[in-house]
Design a protein around this ligand. Structure first.
Ligand code: ADP
Ligand code: MG
Length: 232
């Protein structure tokens, strides 16, 4: 699915978070949204996902203004598994809450895809590691075969080695399944590794955009400062 956003504006009371955002999420590509904490990245993807409304501008999904969000899936920041449910029940959450019981085969196949051992099937989130929880959250996001997946800081809280593993896994899965991916991160290394295109947001507008493999060659001053971790 191609998603085209034009002149999007969003405020919460007096807090003008997104001033004028225009960007295109290309079909079956991995688009990265970069920007400082609090710049509105999560708000932006929640608007695209239709969890929030917006004040003005337009969003077109395959050239239409409406979309069935069953095609979408989101890996929320911090992964948020339900502590009282087993890993398998978390992965099959939508079926589980509807009292469906024949999901074991599908769950096991997804667990294999994301590199979760069978032994975690009946475990609870508190009994597995942070990296394993991310894998389980990813499996849950994939459960409904989304056409578009939104990943909000998928490597938050992981050490560099586990972050690399999760990034590798994400690329493998989105390429194999032809999923359109939108990933939020403030980690340049992850952006270069997992993305096709990037958009850098600051002060409510897109300050820079381009191909992820050219990030380090950007001429944009604000983005350069961001990359070097500088403050201003
Ligand atoms: N539900 C909400 N109600 C009011 N303000 C919100 C809400 N969600 C986010 N904001 C505000 O929007 C701004 C951007 O937040 P967010 O998109 O979470 O930033 P980030 O880029 O770190 O993901 C912040 O100032 C935040 O306080
Ligand atoms: Mg956020």
């Amino acid at each position: 699915m191609i998603i085209e956003i034009k002149n999007l504006k969003k405020k919460f009371d007096k807090n003008l978070v997104l001033k004028d955002i225009s960007l295109t999420i290309e079909k079956n590509k991995s688009t990265i949204i970069l920007g400082r904490s609090g710049c509105g990245k999560s708000v932006l993807i929640k608007i695209i996902y239709q969890l929030f409304n917006y004040d003005s501008g337009s969003i077109l999904y395959d050239n239409k203004s409406g979309v069935n969000i069953d095609k979408f899936s989101m890996l929320f920041q911090y992964g948020a598994l339900f502590d009282s449910l087993k890993i398998s029940e978390n992965i099959a959450f939508t079926d589980y809450i509807n009292n469906k019981t024949n999901f074991n085969k599908k769950v096991l196949s997804l667990m294999k895809d994301v590199g979760l051992e069978k032994s975690t099937f009946n475990r609870y989130p508190s009994e597995i590691s942070g990296g394993m929880k991310k894998r389980a959250a990813l499996a849950r996001a994939l459960y409904k075969n989304p056409k578009v997946i939104f990943l909000d800081e998928p490597t938050t809280g992981l050490d560099p080695i586990n972050s690399d593993k999760i990034n590798d896994l994400i690329i493998k899965i989105i390429k194999k399944r032809n999923i359109t991916a939108v990933t939020i991160t403030h980690d340049i290394k992850s952006a270069i590794k997992t993305g096709d295109n990037y958009y850098f947001i600051e002060d409510g507008i897109v300050r820079d955009k381009g191909e992820c493999n050219k990030i380090l060659k950007t001429k944009n001053k604000t983005f350069k400062t961001f990359i070097s971790g500088g403050k201003y």
